[in-house]
Design a protein around this ligand. Sequence first.
Ligand code: SAH
Ligand code: SF4
Length: 378
Amino acid sequence: MSGTAHSEHFAPPAPKAGGRVNLIGLTRAEMAEAVRELGEPDFRARQLWHWVYHRGASSIEDMTSLSKDFRARLAARFAVPRPEIASAQTSTDGTRKWLLRFPDGQEVETVFIPQEERGTLCISSQVGCTLTCRFCHTGTQRLVRNLSAAEIVGQIMLARDEVGEWPASSIDRKITNIVLMGMGEPLYNFDNVATAMKIAMDHEGLAFSRRKITLSTSGVVPAMARCGAELGVNLAVSLHAVSDEVRDAIVPLNKKYPIAALLDACRAYPGTHNARRITFEYVMLRGVNDSADDARALAKLLKDIPAKVNLIPFNAWPGAPYECSAAKDIQVFSDILNGAGVSAPIRAPRGRDILAACGQLKSAGQRLKKSEREAATA
Ligand code: SAH
Ligand code: SF4
């Protein structure tokens, strides 16, 4: 969000790659400006855009419809580097996770979840997260900074490289959906997230429809209207509790923006109707938020909002202070909501064996440091 401490204090580094500016992350206007500065006519900017975002060219040399001379001048100042892959893992269920490292050494994770009818790419918006939801591994990471637009778009480009689906118009795309559900709170880095999503949605570029993009927020109420107006992507809200008392304890941001204010912002979210519902995420924590009464209260809270509920079995991580609810309690919870007319599927955990599931993301560097610390104090 512009004007907040978050974007000013946690700014990403300038988008340079070996002294050259990264074309990935540039908007149409910025690319047009770059081309103009090199003395080329405006239509070249469109060609460049096409090479970068539609064809996914991995070097300027490959942009063969541009003259050799223009390519040389471009390459002197620009490049198209992807984030470096620090490690890559594939789960027994086919989920893939990449730990990506940026030039300043900071790392984030990106996860690809292939399913029969779709393939979802889960991307990060920040290194770590300033919020400290008690059940979330990312929230325990100390180092936090915003990702630049280049770093957010770079995750999509990298994933497309890895699954081999350039050009962006190829039929049978494996990556059909994008969810901003990786590391970080996207609405605390709204400017960069918005720039990146506009690039992702450009139909002559990466070409994701806004209906195929979902932004998940822990409830940054003042930024929600802007998200709806400027991006119009699907909204997912991490609710996780039906009373302020419980939500205060597990999602500390609730003390600033309590449930009533959050639900008002949901009611005002543009484009919401029965065919396009807001998803409420609800992590099932044993003995904390998983009773039948909680389920009934949740149905009541959501009564006048076009909503669906995603019940997420809690994904444990080393040292987590909670346990996952019993399977039968999750089923009862789901049945009560469904019976009250609120669709409430139970999310099948994916990639658990490689710590790629929701809320388990945290850079390996940080994990290593923690285990090193523990070894040192043992
Ligand atoms: N910061 C945003 C998006 C990233 S978190 C948000 O909080 O919405 C994506 C989702 O994973 C959120 O619904 C979050 O509450 C959930 N989550 C976090 N930790 C989890 C865990 N350990 N098990 C299951 N879900 C978790
Ligand atoms: Fe941040 Fe979301 Fe994790 Fe909360 S759940 S700490 S907002 S990433």
